[in-house]
Design a protein around this ligand. Structure first.
Ligand code: 2P0
Length: 398
């Protein structure tokens, strides 16, 4: 922790995660306790990350929060719940033998920014709250079980507290103490696994996740059935596929679980539509591509928005990216179409094009971000990367 003129300052980064067994629905909206456990892959922060600086000082007169350079209301209940929980843990710890306690009554300033579009269906709240809790915990010298705190910000955020392959246990206790994230395997476990994010829309989603899932809990009998009868068996099967690095099993189940999540959205009344025509074209393309190869080479999953996330093994990526270019020819920014990890260009066999590529839809996929599984939140030690200056105010605007 850096201390400047009585101000304590910490900067962390945190990752996005993508669920392969989806969370949708709370049994307790205050504590954010889910109706079922879920399982996700943490994505690499080299490509997608939130950076957050948290500062505390006796000179601050109120809690303040800046998101992507814009000041927003710091009184929002979820932010305050995270702050309260971190302070509670700090107070507990100080009962022991902490030598230089940061005064817990000091107000905080927090600045956070994403290197990807907010509310584009790329789980910005998960990375955002995981980063906030990581930075606050460092600021107050709190260690240990922090996924429980991140969960109070946003359910899926608890999974972003760990790298690799992560399960969020629904837990049984009414107080939520056992509703925590657990790493099943680190990011190094499956080195060939790659992730392609197909950004089809940067627009804000029509129905937010929090409201959408509550509506599903209230009205969808399919969601209830899914949580009770489908997910428990799928979780153990998915964990086994990951353990065995079985892409066939992993990919099939990933697609099936995404499809069932979207079926529960359709079963919600009034129905919620997160997929659009481009999403459906991507689903059809993935199935034609797998059928052509006679096995599961790519697997799609969609969250509460139209963007697709595709899992594939490293040696499939060049060919599938070439298929994407043929299917969704870039409108203008041809050299910006592929971002993130580099991909070698390949020529496609004509019989593959004939079997897999349908009528091209120019510009339907805005860009493709190529990434891989990655580690959990990181502490940044380089003072140049703090988002708040020595005066406790944002150093630059987005
Ligand atoms: C998931 N999603 O498992 C699922 C799949 C979207 C679809 O978690 O109300 O932002 O903050 O707990 O975590 C999005 O919901 O909702 C989400 P809250 P959250 O990733």
């Amino acid at each position: 922790m850096a201390e400047e003129r009585g101000m304590a300052l910490v900067t962390c980064t945190a990752p996005v995660n993508i669920a392969v067994i989806k969370y949708w629905g709370k049994r307790d909206t205050e504590l954010i306790l889910p109706i079922n456990s879920s399982l996700s892959v943490t994505l690499h922060q080299d490509q997608l990350r939130t950076t957050t600086t948290a500062a505390a000082s006796r000179d601050f007169t109120e809690d303040r929060l800046w998101l992507n350079g814009e000041e927003v209301d710091a009184a929002q209940p979820r932010l305050q719940a995270c702050l309260r929980e971190v302070r509670r843990l700090a107070r507990k710890r100080r009962g022991d033998d902490d030598p230089s306690p940061l005064n817990l009554s000091y107000k905080v300033h927090v600045a956070s920014e994403n290197n990807f579009p907010t509310a584009a269906g790329l789980a910005s709240s998960a990375a955002g709250y995981a980063c906030l809790v990581s930075a606050l915990a460092r600021l107050y010298g709190v260690e240990g079980e922090l996924s429980e705190v991140a969960r109070r910000g946003s359910g899926s955020a608890c999974r972003s507290m760990l790298g690799g392959f992560v399960q969020w246990h629904r837990g049984e206790r009414p107080d939520g103490r056992d509703s925590v994230a657990q790493q099943l395997a680190p990011e190094t476990h499956w080195p060939e696994l790659r992730v392609l994010i197909l950004v089809v829309s940067g627009e804000k989603k029509a129905v937010g996740s929090t409201a959408g899932m509550q509506s599903s809990v209230d009205t969808s009998p399919l969601l209830k059935y899914r949580a009770e009868a489908v997910v428990p068996e799928r979780l153990s099967r998915m964990a086994r596929h990951i353990q065995e690095r079985d892409f066939e099993g992993f990919g099939q189940l990933t697609m099936q679980d995404s499809n069932q999540f979207h079926a529960t959205c359709l079963d919600t009344f009034p129905p919620i539509f997160y997929l659009n025509d481009v999403s459906r074209a991507i689903i059809a393309l993935a199935h034609r591509y797998n059928a052509h190869h006679g096995r599961t080479k790519v697997a799609y999953t969609f969250d509460a928005g139209p963007n697709a996330v595709i899992f594939a093994l490293e040696d499939t990526v060049p060919e599938f990216v070439a298929v994407l270019r043929r299917s969704f020819p870039p409108a203008s920014n041809g050299d910006q179409f592929l971002r993130g990890l580099p991909v070698a260009p390949v020529a496609l066999p004509e019989e593959l094009v004939a079997a897999v590529v349908a009528e091209p839809v120019p510009g339907a996929v805005r860009y493709v971000l190529h990434t891989q599984p990655g580690p959990g939140p990181q502490l940044l030690r380089d003072p140049e990367r703090h988002l708040l200056g020595a005066d406790g105010l944002p150093r630059r605007t987005a």
